[in-house]
Design a binder for this molecule. Structure first.
Ligand code: TYD
Length: 138
């Protein structure tokens, strides 16, 4: 089946309210549809900078604005959509073979990623022309 941006949804995570602050927990396979193998976070992004600009062959991710805000541009080779993330209890589930760019980072934004695999450069597709070839063959 061809990858589709319409399978990449924003998931609302539970927020445990407390007057002294909130907690959001992400339980593998309960709150996200994959087993979490890696957590990483992106921070100190200079104003106007773009990140991403690649797709993954197999990796599934949940992208959360743990602090601040940014936009995720999703592209499946046919359709594109922009998802704005700005609340720590909402995460964007990104399926494999979706081209993504990360833009419009607010000052102090922290982009938290929960990922289904440990880091493997071999899982990346970094050239858009290679991406198009690959999805045309799916
Ligand atoms: P990359 O995923 O290309 O960054 P972004 O999509 O945010 O622009 O990663 C940038 C560099 O960091 C690249 O050289 C690989 C390295 N890296 C790791 O070593 N481990 C990781 O888990 C990640 C996400 C990146």
């Amino acid at each position: 089946m061809k990858p589709s941006i319409y399978n990449c949804n924003v998931i609302e995570l539970a927020k445990i309210h407390n007057r002294a602050g909130n907690i959001t927990a992400v339980n593998a396979e309960l709150d996200v549809p994959f087993d979490i193998q890696r957590v990483y976070y992106l921070y100190d992004v200079p104003s106007g900078e773009t990140r991403g600009g690649h797709a993954h062959k197999e990796l599934q991710q949940l992208i959360v604005a743990a602090s601040g805000s940014f936009d995720v541009i999703l592209d499946d080779g046919v359709n594109k959509k922009i998802v704005s993330l700005n609340r720590p209890n909402f995460g964007l589930y990104v399926t494999p073979l979706i081209w993504r760019e990360l833009v419009n980072f607010s000052s102090g934004a922290v982009l938290l990623v929960l990922a289904s695999m440990t880091y493997t450069e071999n899982d990346y597709i970094r050239e858009y022309s290679n991406y198009q070839q690959l999805i045309n063959a799916v």
